[in-house]
Structure formats: structure tokens, C-alpha cells
Design a protein around this ligand. Structure first.
Ligand code: ADE
Length: 227
């Protein structure tokens, strides 16, 4: 079973997404073991302090190195990690290819710090992968951790049911967007579903989906300046 550990100063923020829907089911089916660690449990001074003022000045507080080192060293004494992921806007942009790769490993550790954020010795000492989920700034690594976990766990065999299969997902091979989907009613507020989908004509439907996919993929590349 794959194991994913997450270290966070705000562990409660992870609980609802991890315990809902497909991520919950994956854990219930013993396809993945997701363990959240509260950084504060590894603070050893009597005030349980986990942050402090930055050397050299500047606004805000930084997460201290010691609780991270304590927690990570304990985890490393228990198992070897294939990837120790450090979310940062300066990291490599996360994509489906990376999700596919991560879905094949055994143990992943995600260090969810706060942006500007964590004493840099933590990243320097432990991170094997610095990952960004886009060219924008979040308040912390928790949402990044959830994005990575969600995209990886759904790829583990047996997590999705056949009808949810990941095999023909958009971006599965890196480079295409799927045709749109519709359900009943066939007409709603005067807006109709594409006629061909109601035809029952398998070949025509397949051709239509391929054509739509081609158009949407071109549009996607254009609006993302990919060519
Ligand atoms: N921390 C803050 N913003 C981030 C982003 N976009 N990706 C990864 N980590 C982050």
C-alpha cells in the first residue's frame, strides 16, 4: 500500500478534503495510507513555539527548523521516502506526467510549510522535489499537498471504479483535452445537448468526441501560449 505523510502547522485544514469522496474511499479500500503530522507536536520548548522572527528583518514570522527536523528525522528512521516534496512557488510546475510518476512509488513525504515560510535549512536538508502548482502565490503548502495527493491517489489501481476510469482523462498522455459531457435533461432553459449524443450512433459519437477534443486541445494550447 502506498503511504503519504504530510507535515503541517495547520493539519485541520487537510482533514475534510482527505476524508471525503474518492480520497476517503481510497483509504477505506486500503489503497493508500495518508498520515497527517501536526508540526506543533514536535516543538520541544514549553510554549510549543513553532515560529520565530526572521534573521535580517522583514515582515512576518518563519516556521522554526527544529520541529521539522524532529518530525522528519523520526519519519526517516521508520521508512525510506521515494520523494520528499517541498511545495514552493519557485519549484517545478506540477503536471500529469509528474502525477503519473508519483503514483508508482511507495512512500511520499510532503512538507507543507507556509510561504516565506520555512527556515530554508529544512528545504536544503530534506527536499528531493521542489514543486509549484502554478505561477501564483498561496498562503501555505496545504492546498498544494492536497492537489498532489488528489491527482496521485486517483491513479492508483483500484481507487477509481471502471466508470470513473482515468485512462482517457484529459491530459493523460500529456497533450489533450477531452470532449465535453452532458446528462439529462436534453434541453434545459432552452439550451440543448449536442444532437449527435442523443442519436445512439456509436461511430458518429466517437467521431464527434474526437473532433471536439481536437478543437478544445487547440484552444487550450493557444490560450496557454504553448505554440
Ligand atoms: N506555496 C505558495 N504558493 C505556492 C504555489 N503556487 N505552488 C507551490 N507552493 C506554493
Amino acid at each position: 500500500m502506498m503511504r503519504i505523510d504530510v507535515i503541517s502547522a495547520v493539519p485541520d485544514s487537510l482533514l475534510s478534503p482527505l476524508n471525503t469522496s474518492i480520497l476517503k474511499r481510497a483509504q477505506d479500500r486500503k489503497k493508500v495510507d495518508i498520515v497527517v503530522h501536526n508540526l506543533r507536536d514536535y516543538a520541544y520548548d514549553k510554549h510549543k513555539q513553532i515560529d520565530d522572527k526572521p534573521f535580517g528583518g522583514g515582515p512576518g514570522m518563519l516556521l522554526k527548523p527544529e520541529p521539522f527536523f524532529e518530525c522528519i528525522e523520526k519519519l526517516l528512521s521508520e521508512r525510506k521516502y521515494d520523494h520528499i516534496i517541498f511545495p514552493t512557488p519557485g519549484g517545478k510546475i506540477f503536471d500529469q506526467k509528474t502525477a503519473n510518476k508519483l503514483s508508482l512509488v511507495e512512500n511520499i513525504l510532503i512538507i507543507a510549510g507556509h510561504y516565506k515560510g520555512v527556515d530554508d535549512r529544512v528545504r536544503e536538508k530534506f527536499a528531493t522535489d521542489e514543486i509549484s502548482i502554478g505561477h501564483f502565490v498561496l498562503t501555505g503548502g496545504e492546498i498544494v499537498a492536497l492537489a498532489i495527493i488528489d491527482s496521485v491517489v486517483r491513479l492508483i489501481p483500484g481507487v477509481l471504479n471502471d466508470s470513473e476510469s482515468a485512462l482517457n482523462d484529459s491530459l493523460m498522455d500529456g497533450e489533450f483535452i477531452e470532449a465535453p459531457y452532458y446528462t439529462r435533461p436534453a434541453e434545459y432553459k432552452g439550451i440543448t445537448v449536442p444532437e449527435v449524443l442523443l442519436s445512439g450512433h456509436e461511430k458518429k459519437i466517437k467521431d464527434w468526441k474526437e473532433e471536439q477534443s481536437k478543437v478544445l486541445t487547440e484552444k487550450w494550447k493557444k490560450i496557454n501560449s504553448m505554440e
